[in-house]
Structures are given as structure tokens and as C-alpha cells.
Write a new protein. Structure first.
Ligand code: EPU
Length: 338
């Protein structure tokens, strides 16, 4: 375990923002993590995992701790279910493929989401009708102040739409070290109701899909719409889809009869932020190396050398324009590090 100095973080965040960590250390065991957290010489610490949900806007003066804990193991198994213990540093999509290779069901709709397993609970990752919480049993986290391991079950995690206790009350206090997921071994519950999946399976000529087929469909959809962070820097959806009052929605619908929407409750409606942003003319727009993806307006991209500030400026101008045109506030899903 070596503390390095002045390390570029370009390869450690999927936006590919080139800022420097004044101090940087990689940890590969819980013991190392405990020791690093005890280092008095570096009172400020910054926890970095897959770097898939952050926008870095300046150099980091704190000690950057890169969580590289690896391992997938079976915790418990019955005839029908399996509980996996997945260490935080395991790449999420690698885990999805591993589970499909073993014919374990539950993660197929969450294929190809960038990032690591340890950060999945923080924003309760979700796609195509499934969220992490649907397969989640619990996670283990190290409390930074005491260096003790604490367990968070589903209830304690307070999962919401792209939200959890780790974005609220527990923010900055814990490091998730492993995640325990409950998957099925047989009688898999397929979630193929999402329109895009249904269409894709039809195009693939599949009538009775397996979990592997669903994963292939999701991968095809994502590849067709979302940029690959290995090719163009991005953090997936930059904003959350806003939830507005039914009253505001009815008003908007009068001016924009084609506005897409999902009912949330009797009084609330979710509107796709991608649609709002596209209506404001931002889709495919580029300012220097910062841009709005041409196929999905919810995704901001770095074409090469954009700074975090340039991406943030573009995001702010999108927020302002959407507010002005629709009177709807859109908030970032991505964690902005200022
Ligand atoms: N739309 C537009 N223009 C756009 C993008 C979308 O009009 O540029 C419209 C679409 O036509 C559609 C609606 O918006 O009617 C929804 O679009 P889509 O199905 O692509 O999903 P989304 O709401 O934009 C959410 C998640 C994605 C997830 C997909 C599929 C959020 C913030 N994003 O996007 O998650 O993959 O649903 O389930 O909830 C992520 O979080 O990083 C992410 C990619």
C-alpha cells in the first residue's frame, strides 16, 4: 500500500475529466482500508470507486482512497435462491455476466450499467423496470469515524428513485465494502414489460426469452442509445427525471400534447428529463468538448478534453432553460465534486 502524489484521475472517472489527486492510495483489503482511514497525516479523505457517477470540477487536495476490493462468493444457497456476497470493487457489468453464466436471475435488466458494485446501492441503480433494491439483501459498510463494519439491510438503506440513505443522512460517513444480492436459480421472474425490451426481443425473434436473452436485449438497447464511456466520456443520465404535480402536468399537456409521462401517485407525475431537454434544443449540442449526446439528451458527454467546469456550465444552462420553458426544475443524478 503506497501513497502516491499528483496522480491524474482521468482514467478513474468515466467522464474522463483530467484533474489531479494530490495524494492517492489504492486499497485491496479491509485491513488496508482500516489502516488508511487511521492515517492522521491525511485528515481529509475522498473515497473513489468506479468513478461512474461523479463529475470532478477541480483537483482534489484530500487523500483519494481508491476502493479496489475484489471477490464474488456464494453466502447462502437453497434449491431456488442464492445469496451472493460481492466485494465493492467488482465491476457491475462483470458481475451481471458472471451471474448469467451461472444462470442466476435478477440482474439481467441491469446489464451494461457502468461502475462498480459498491456504489450501486448509493443511487439505487435502475434500468428497464428493475432497481437494485429488487435483488438487494444487505450491504456491509465501514464507518469512517470508528472503522467498524456495519450492516445495512433494505429498510435501513431507505431506497428511493436513484436515492438512498448514503446520499442523505449517511452521506460521507460510510464506505460500502460489500453488497449481498439475492438471485434466483430457477423460475426466474422476467421483467420484459418495458416497451423497448419487448420490441428488441421481437426483433431478435425470441418468443420465450431466457434471462440471457433479456440481458442481450438490454445490451442492444443501451448500445444503440447510450455512449460507451470507453469511447466518449460520460456518466450515464446526468439528471434525474423530475416528478411534478398533476396540476403542473395538466397545464403542460395543454401546450405539449405529446409530452411523455409516468404516473407516480394520484397527485404526482414523472416526466422524462431527456424529452424536456430535447424540446429546449440541446440534443446533440456541443460547446467545445462538452456536449449533449446526440441520441439521448439526458446524457452529457466529454468529447475529449472538456473540463469538469465546462460540463457543469452546460448542465447549468440546460437547467435554466428547462426551468424557463417548462417551469420544471431538473436536478443532477451525478454527484458533482466542487
Ligand atoms: N426522450 C426524448 N429525448 C431524449 C431522450 C428521451 O424525447 O433525448 C424520451 C423518450 O422518447 C421516452 C422517454 O423520454 O419517451 C424516456 O426515455 P428512455 O426510455 O431512454 O429513458 P430515460 O427516462 O431517459 C431512464 C434512466 C436510465 C435508464 C432508462 C431505461 C433516469 C435518470 N434514467 O432514462 O438510466 O437506462 O430509463 O430504464 O432515470 C442512468 O441512470 O444513468 C441511466 C442511463
Amino acid at each position: 500500500m503506497k501513497i502516491q502524489e499528483n496522480i491524474s484521475l482521468k482514467d478513474y472517472n468515466t467522464f474522463g475529466i483530467d484533474v489531479k489527486a494530490k495524494f492517492f492510495v489504492e486499497v485491496t483489503s479491509l485491513l488496508q482500508l482500516q489502516k488508511v482511514l487511521e492515517l492522521k497525516a491525511y485528515p481529509e479523505k475522498f473515497i473513489l470507486s468506479g468513478g461512474s457517477n461523479i463529475l470532478l470540477t477541480q483537483d482534489i487536495k484530500a487523500l483519494v482512497i481508491f476502493i479496489n476490493l475484489k471477490g464474488i462468493s456464494i453466502e447462502k444457497e437453497t434449491d431456488s435462491d442464492v445469496v451472493l456476497k460481492v466485494m465493492a470493487g467488482e465491476n457491475w457489468h462483470h458481475l451481471v455476466l458472471w451471474s448469467l453464466d451461472h444462470n442466476y436471475g435478477g440482474l439481467e435488466n441491469l446489464s451494461l450499467i457502468p461502475g462498480n458494485t459498491g456504489t450501486a446501492p448509493i443511487q439505487n441503480i435502475g434500468a428497464y423496470g428493475v432497481e437494485l433494491k429488487d435483488v438487494f439483501k444487505c450491504c456491509t459498510a465501514m464507518e469512517i469515524a470508528s472503522r467498524e463494519l456495519v450492516e445495512f439491510d433494505t429498510e435501513r438503506c431507505q431506497f428511493g428513485y436513484r436515492d438512498s440513505i448514503f446520499k442523505n443522512k449517511a452521506k460521507g460517513k460510510y464506505i460500502i465494502t460489500s453488497v449481498h444480492l439475492r438471485l434466483t436459480k430457477k423460475n426466474h421472474q422476467l421483467n420484459t414489460n418495458y416497451g423497448a425490451i419487448e420490441n428488441e426481443l421481437k426483433e431478435m425473434g425470441i418468443v420465450y426469452p431466457t434471462i440471457q436473452d433479456v440481458s442481450k436485449a438490454v445490451i442492444a438497447i443501451r448500445r444503440s442509445k447510450l455512449p460507451d464511456p470507453n469511447e466518449i466520456g460520460n456518466s450515464g443520465s446526468f439528471f434525474k427525471n423530475p416528478i411534478v404535480s398533476k396540476k403542473l402536468f395538466e397545464k403542460l399537456k395543454k401546450s405539449y400534447p405529446n409530452i411523455p409521462s409516468y404516473p407516480i401517485s394520484s397527485s404526482e407525475i414523472k416526466i422524462p428529463a431527456g424529452w424536456l431537454i430535447e424540446q429546449c434544443g440541446f440534443k446533440g449540442k456541443r460547446v467545445g468538448d462538452a456536449g449533449v449526446h446526440e441520441k439521448q439528451a439526458l446524457v452529457l458527454v466529454n468529447y475529449g478534453n472538456a473540463s469538469g467546469k465546462e460540463i457543469l456550465d452546460l448542465a447549468t444552462s440546460i437547467q435554466d432553460t428547462v426551468k424557463k420553458k417548462f417551469n420544471v426544475v431538473i436536478t443532477p443524478e451525478v454527484n458533482i465534486i466542487r
